[in-house]
Write a protein that binds this ligand. Structure first.
Ligand code: UTP
Length: 308
């Protein structure tokens, strides 16, 4: 029987261990984006000239998490290739003097230390996180869903890491959504934390409850900082909604021991595994780019005007 840890182990100074590893589950089938995802991972769909997964890894690195474990599966080799050296391409770019492109290609490889583990079968997000146990060990760690994009100026993950280090509890990110979304997300029962204005204490979590059974309108989005006792809870979690091992169910058991924490996020976030959000994210990223933005915004203005 593995040892259980309700809180992360203390560091040498007696404080709480700060998360330094990130897990990015990317083994899902991406059915909402078929046929584009028939032969390529949805995480490789580009937003302008970078695949979605690169934005997610960059966010982890900004939060000080540069040890990354990707959980992949069949048909996901492009993810590994993207973060690896491309020797022939780099040689060609160097030989033809394309220094800017060479730097962009090499920057991806140097971004972080990226490891991989395969999830043999897509048995659910909880199961995918369980596959990270060996790599993560006995430390708190972050989870970033590979198809959730958070605006580059936001500091959500940093704040979550801080709150985990301070409280020793798992931290999730929630957003207030409309009733129609309550059957698409995990939803929490929570009350404000008297010690922190932006933090909630979460006492229960339900996966996709629908309006009739939802305890609130606070929906779980794709950022988590988890204490390592989650692995034992995942092992004990039976298949739930959709026959999948749900991370929400494992966290529910964790919250039953003692409330976990949630940060209510009000900034920019896109679910790029969904077509509408993918289009919005692409437009926003393009409009913010110094090289493309001015001309693109001009185009958008005349395009919208032409719609009448
Ligand atoms: P989604 O619910 O978005 O599922 O998973 P999906 O299969 O990727 O996409 P659709 O719904 O079929 O279009 C949320 C996250 O969990 C990962 C996915 O890769 C995604 O980042 N996941 C899900 C796994 O890694 N393994 C699983 O078994 C399930």
């Amino acid at each position: 029987m593995p040892r259980r840890h309700a809180t992360p182990a203390p560091d040498d100074e007696g404080g709480t261990v700060r998360p330094r590893k990130a897990v990015i589950p990317a083994a899902g089938l991406g059915t909402r984006f078929l046929p584009a995802t028939k032969a390529q991972p949805k995480e490789m769909l580009p937003l302008v000239d970078k695949p979605a997964i690169q934005y997610v890894v960059e966010e982890a690195v900004r939060a000080g998490l540069d040890d990354i474990l990707m959980v992949t599966g069949r048909g996901k080799r492009a993810l590994e290739d993207h973060f690896d050296h491309a020797v022939e391409l780099e040689r060609q770019l160097a030989a033809t003097g394309k220094e800017d492109l060479l730097a962009a290609v090499q920057a991806v490889t140097n971004l972080a230390l990226v490891h991989y583990v395969r999830q043999g079968k897509p048995l659910g997000l909880g199961h995918a996180i369980g596959c990270a146990r060996h790599h993560v060990g006995d430390e708190p760690f972050a989870v970033l869903l590979g198809d959730d994009l958070i605006g580059e100026d936001e500091r959500l993950l940093q704040r979550m890491v801080d709150v985990c280090a301070e409280t020793g509890r798992s931290v999730i990110a929630v957003m207030e959504f409309g009733d129609e979304d309550l059957s698409r997300y995990g939803v929490v029962a929570a009350e404000p934390d008297p010690d922190h204005p932006d933090v909630y204490r979460v006492t229960d979590l339900v996966e996709k409850p629908g309006k009739a059974n939802a305890p609130s309108n606070l929906c779980i989005i794709g950022r988590y900082v988890l204490t390592p006792d989650i692995f034992d809870h995942i092992e004990q979690t039976k298949p739930g909604r959709g026959g999948e091992i749900q991370l929400t169910d494992a966290m529910r058991a964790q919250a039953r021991d003692e409330p976990i924490r949630a940060i209510k996020f009000t900034g920019t976030r896109y679910d790029v595994g969904q077509k509408g959000d993918y289009l919005k994210a692409t437009v926003q990223v393009a409009a913010k780019r110094h090289d493309l933005g001015p001309e693109f915004i001009e185009f958008l203005r005349s395009f919208v005007a032409g719609l009448g």
